[in-house]
Design a protein around this ligand. Structure first.
Ligand code: SER
Length: 861
């Protein structure tokens, strides 16, 4: 057997020998691509290079990329576990050429690796090419010994690869391998149709950009982007029929068999495979910083997690079990992906918390699901019901569909989607996952392709405009050098001005797109003529406030770890001039006392006025040095380390104060829950913190003056007041009770006699609970009495009706009040002997009571 680690290494070594540079896998979600929820191919992190927005550092690279295909254009969820070669999470081995080699070399090397290094049987290999790409067919024939009859043409669907709705794309050639049991009878018709003809390697010749309007734009250079699933190729090299037979899955599947006591034979092994697959997707997502939740990526992770739990139930695993499988996964993957080892305990805790919370709602939800099925007219579950299951019981749609399929039912998805629309508005996060349509033409002034950030040391610069574009609302300017920081790592983009003698441009935000630092804003005076030399000036006071908050964020991160424990990880942050926001993984409310200690620690570092040390070094040496790397950041080979010597060390590209004393003061203003297992802290620094303290002091002064006491005695005073209120409430209660006793006697004395019966009828006042009062009255009546009371409470009309047991045959209190309630625009009901009703319109109470009285008189006669 050859292990998956060895296959991975052989791939990388092979391409290193062809002068490729190894790059780390990027996280499972793209940091700065709003068009994608998850990394779905190895090429994602190179998208800006293909689009000519960024210059490559190396023009040949290779790696094994963590990919997720569980949403969007490339989504394999339904196949997972049912077949044995699709996955939600997989590793994509890839080699890339950025404007360097093209079709010849990529085809030659692919063939060499498969047939010479891995020695795959040539008589089982097939090649597919794009129908219009004869050139690629010729190359296959000329430089490899593939049987020409095994080169097949396919159309766009099969052989034109696109990463998403927009973005880099091009024709591709794919290599397929016959895995069936009858090699003598292979047939070209099976390729791209039958599962035994397995696609193993895709070589894409990137040459276009698909635009929003769906047109194709030629890219300035041609590139190669290849991708091969590690799981599939490992299975094939080993002669396994299933990816799940490889060492990537076997330890997990064995563990599932062990804890469930159900062998892989049970239900064809589908639950085992689904769980093993989903565990990898969930664990790597959480390790990269995604938290299960109700929106975006977090929602997809939660869905997959719940799907795994549902399959666990079919194995009888009703208690939390998924987190127990994490250790085995980590053991298998930690050498290739150290992040999974570093976040191991975090991943387990998050999964366990999700398992517990889901189990709580699942039983209830399943019950509701059964009810829905039992009362179903036909075989379609309505969209509203599916939405109710989603909204109230946390059933993702695909879980409902899965349960429905088991009963041969289907779900009305279009109505479900309608119901989801409102929820989605939130998930869209103010357009974060919508693509900004801004396709006015850039006006290019200089050929330069890269703008330089000089704002670590400069606040203003004399710069040249490289390009600009005028839009209706916000125009955009790119400079050769700029002191403006572009939003990243949680720190907001700088504001300020760009101007010369012709115009003044108000910069409202700064963002980075590829290598471009774009200043967004408006022309406020004059306009851009032919002088492209400008002064660029950031709003220094805003920048400084942001820096106070940014450095304070690092100090807070460290103080949280010290006071709460090592499980604390940063799950997100926002650093603006006004305040800082820090989301952290922590499983309960942070106590007031802990918050105080955290605040105190941060302020003590501020007081020590420590000089920051900021340096650039290699990623590996920074990590060895113990620098904190944030979840999901995309780091180059050179990283920036922000060191507060003796206290905190983080990888960070943001701007910071030069000494901690600059921050002035740090004040936490709120602590709240953001999602299960995530808390959010907001804090202010510098002038904002001082203002806050001053305002608090003023409020305290006012309270003291109202209470006519001094600040230090306020608490005692309030304590006294509370005691006094308690005493007075008791007194009031006593007096009310006494009054009620008298009121009841009055009511009984004034009862109307009808034949041998009595009717107690009245409007009452000063009663806080009409039903309770009515029952007291009823208790006092021995026999042959009916009671009808009315009350106006909180601007609403209420009625009470009660009868002694001997009158129940004659009068049904519940029916009486139901009628009275509906006359007042409301409703009510109760038992035959006592009932209450409420209405909406106060003015109807008198007439309604009168009506009730007459009705009772009739009945009592
Ligand atoms: N981007 C192509 C794919 O995902 C090749 O890597 O198939």
């Amino acid at each position: 057997m050859i292990s998956s680690s060895k296959v991975r290494q052989q791939f990388i070594d092979f391409f290193k020998s062809k002068e490729h540079h190894f790059v780390r896998s990027s996280p499972v979600f793209p940091i700065d691509d709003p068009t994608l929820l998850f990394t779905n191919a190895g090429m994602n992190q190179f998208k800006p290079i293909f689009l000519d927005q960024e210059k490559p550092k190396y023009n040949r690279v290779a790696n094994s990329q963590k990919c997720i295909r569980a949403s969007g254009k490339h989504n394999d969820l339904e196949e997972v576990g049912v077949d044995n070669y699709h996955h939600t999470f997989f590793e994509m081995l890839g080699n890339w050429s950025f404007g360097n080699y093209y079709k010849n070399e990529s085809i030659k090397w692919a063939w060499e690796l498969l047939t010479e290094v891995w020695k795959l049987d040539k008589s089982k290999l097939w090649v597919s090419i794009y129908k219009d790409d004869d050139e690629t067919g010729e190359i296959w024939k000329q430089i490899t010994d593939v049987d020409p009859n095994r080169i097949l043409k396919f159309d766009k669907k099969e052989n034109f690869w696109e990463m998403g709705e927009t973005g880099p794309c091009g024709p591709c050639t794919e290599i397929h391998y016959y895995t069936g049991n009858d090699p003598q009878n292979q047939d070209s018709k099976g390729v791209n149709v039958l599962p035994e003809y397995r696609e193993i390697w895709n070589l894409v010749f990137i040459q276009y950009n698909r635009k929003l309007d769906q047109s194709l734009e030629n890219l300035p250079a041609t590139h190669v982007d290849t991708g091969m699933g590690l799981e599939r190729i490992t299975a094939i090299i080993n002669g396994y029929e299933s990816n799940y037979d490889t060492d990537l899955f076997q330890p997990i599947i064995k563990a599932v068999e062990k804890i469930s006591g159900k062998s892989i034979q049970f239900e064809d092994g589908i639950p085992h495979r689904v769980i093993a697959d989903h565990l990898r997707m969930i664990s790597f997502s959480i390790a990269d910083g995604i938290m299960p939740g109700n929106e975006g990526r977090g929602y997809v992770v939660r869905r997959i997690l719940r799907r795994a739990l549902k399959f666990g139930r079919s194995l009888g695993l009703n208690n939390p079990f998924l987190h127990l499988l994490v250790d085995g996964l980590v053991e298998q993957m930690k050498d290739a992906f150290p992040e999974i080892y570093e976040k191991q305990s975090h991943v387990k805790k998050v999964i366990l918390a999700e398992e517990k919370s889901f189990n709580r709602t699942l039983d209830k939800g399943l019950e509701i699901f059964e009810n829905i099925c039992n009362t179903l007219d036909g075989n379609i579950i309505s969209g509203e019901d599916a939405f109710k299951l989603y909204d109230t019981y946390g059933f993702p749609l695909d879980l409902t569909e899965l349960l429905a399929r088991e009963k041969d039912l289907s779900v009305d998805i279009s109505l479900f989607n309608k119901c989801m629309e409102q929820q989605r508005t939130r998930a869209r996060e103010a357009g974060k996952f919508g693509v900004k349509v801004n396709e006015n033409q850039w006006v290019q002034i200089e050929g330069l392709n890269k703008s330089n950030f000089i704002g670590y040391s400069e606040n203003s610069s004399v710069s040249r405009i490289i390009k600009y574009r005028i839009n209706k609302n916000e125009s955009e300017i790119v400079l050769n050098n700029t002191p403006f920081y572009s939003e990243s790592g949680g720190q907001v983009g700088d504001k300020g001005k760009i101007y010369n003698n012709d115009f003044s441009f108000n910069v409202l935000n700064t963002q980075k797109l590829g290598d471009d630092i774009i200043h967004y804003g408006r022309f406020i005076n004059g306009k851009l003529l032919d002088d492209f030399t400008v002064t660029a000036e950031i709003d220094l006071s805003l920048r400084q406030s942001t820096e106070h908050n940014h450095t304070a964020t690092h100090l807070l991160h460290k103080a949280l770890k010290t006071n709460l424990g090592d499980h604390v990880n940063q799950a997100g942050s926002l650093v603006s001039p006004e305040k800082l926001r820090f989301d952290l993984t922590h499983y309960e409310q942070i106590s007031k006392n802990d918050l105080m200690m955290i605040e105190k620690d941060v302020n003590s570092i501020i007081l020590q006025n420590i000089k920051l040390n900021i340096l650039e070094t290699s990623f590996d040496s920074a990590r060895k040095d113990g620098a904190e790397a944030l979840f999901g950041e995309k780091y180059g080979d050179l990283v920036r380390v922000v060191d507060v010597p003796g206290y905190s060390k983080e990888l960070c590209g943001g701007t910071h104060v030069s000494r901690t004393g600059d921050i002035g003061l740090f004040k936490i203003i709120s602590e709240s829950s953001l999602a299960s297992g995530i808390r959010r802290i907001e804090a202010v620094t510098g002038k904002n913190a001082i203002d806050r303290v001053v305002i608090n002091e003023q409020i305290l002064d006012e309270i003291s003056s109202v209470l006519n006491t001094s600040n230090d005695k306020v608490i005692i005073h309030i304590g006294d007041l509370k005691n006094k209120i308690k005493f007075l409430e008791k007194e009031l209660n006593r007096i009310n009770k006494k009054n009620q006793v008298e009121l009841i006697s009055d009511l009984m004395r004034n009862a109307i006699e009808i034949n041998e019966n009595k009717l107690i009828f009245s409007m009452v006042e000063n009663i806080s609970d009409l039903k309770e009062f009515g029952i007291q009255v009823l208790d006092k009546c021995v026999k042959k009495t009916a009671i009808l009371l009315g009350l106006k409470l909180n601007n609403k009309p209420l009625v009470f009706c009660g009868v002694t047991p001997d009158l129940i045959g004659k009068i049904h209190a519940g029916n009486i009040v139901r009628e009275l309630g509906s006359r007042m625009g409301g409703g009510g009901g109760g038992k035959p002997n006592l009932a209450t009703a409420g209405g909406k319109d106060l003015n109807l109470l008198d007439d309604t009571l009168e009506f009730g009285k007459n009705k009772l008189i009739e009945l009592l006669k």
